[in-house]
Structure formats: structure tokens, C-alpha cells
Design a protein around this ligand. Structure first.
Ligand code: HEC
Length: 112
């Protein structure tokens, strides 16, 4: 009986740890949207793209970018090397560091 209780306790601790870790990326994603928007503004994306009601119309509206079925990887390639997806693209190649790139791609993917 005692052994059963200890096993149950250890199992609950494992469940708890998995629960916390499992939710960590989701939490990071939502709390970083302000950061992502800051980067997007600083890089001048809005001179061509509309986002949440403001910005240009040279490129597609990004307000629902996450519903287009593009992967995080696709979004990163689009930002750093748009010519890979759209030959002769007028979108410039952007040099973001990997943390910024991750931030912006996760944010765009979350826009559904
Ligand atoms: C000079 C105008 C211009 C700027 C600045 C620009 N883009 Fe673009 N973007 C485009 C155009 C035009 C397209 C359409 C596809 C293509 O030609 O690459 C596009 C496509 C995209 C797409 C794919 C949209 C889709 O669903 O097909 C994403 C995502 C994107 N841009 C993100 C960004 C981000 C993030 C920035 C800033 C780091 C940025 N763009 C800056 C013009 C621009």
C-alpha cells in the first residue's frame, strides 16, 4: 500500500513537470507579441504590409498570416530570403538575429 502511494506521488510530480514544460512555449509566445511588433515596426515591414489596421498595401496584409498554413520555417525564409518563395520579389532580404527572427515568425504564425 505504501509503495503504491509513493509511486502515485512520483507519477503526479512527473505530470506536474510535464504540464509546466508543455505550456512554457505557449506562454512565451503570447508574452512576446509586443516584442515582435516592436521589431516589425523597427525593420520597416509596415511600409509595405498592413498589420492590425495600419501599414502599407504593397505586400499582403499580415493580420491573419497564421491562417495561411505557412510553417515557422517558411516565415523565416520569407523574411530573410523572399526570393526563394517568390522569384523577383520586391520584398528586401532582412537580416534579423536568430532570436528576433524566431520572435517575429512565432508572432506572425499566431495571427489567425
Ligand atoms: C518593399 C516592400 C516590403 C517590405 C518592406 C516587406 N515586405 Fe513582406 N512582402 C512584400 C511583398 C510584395 C510580398 C508578396 C510576396 C513576395 O513578393 O515576396 C511580401 C510577402 C511577405 C510575407 C508572405 C505573405 C503571404 O502570406 O504570402 C510575409 C510573411 C512577409 N512579407 C513578412 C514581412 C516582414 C516580417 C517584413 C519586415 C521584416 C516585410 N515583410 C517587409 C513586400 C514587402
Amino acid at each position: 500500500m505504501k509503495r503504491y502511494k509513493i509511486t502515485a506521488l512520483i507519477f503526479s510530480i512527473f505530470l506536474f513537470v510535464f504540464f509546466i514544460y508543455g505550456n512554457a512555449p505557449a506562454l512565451a509566445q503570447t508574452s512576446n507579441s509586443a516584442k515582435a511588433i516592436k521589431i516589425i515596426k523597427a525593420k520597416g515591414c509596415l511600409s509595405c504590409h498592413a498589420l492590425n489596421g495600419s501599414g502599407g498595401s504593397v505586400g499582403p496584409n499580415l493580420s491573419n498570416e497564421g491562417s495561411k498554413g505557412h510553417s515557422i520555417h517558411w516565415l523565416k525564409v520569407q523574411i530573410t530570403n523572399p526570393g526563394k518563395h517568390f522569384q523577383g520579389s520586391i520584398m528586401p532580404q532582412f537580416q534579423l538575429n536568430s532570436a528576433q527572427l524566431e520572435e517575429v515568425a512565432l508572432y506572425l504564425e499566431s495571427l489567425k
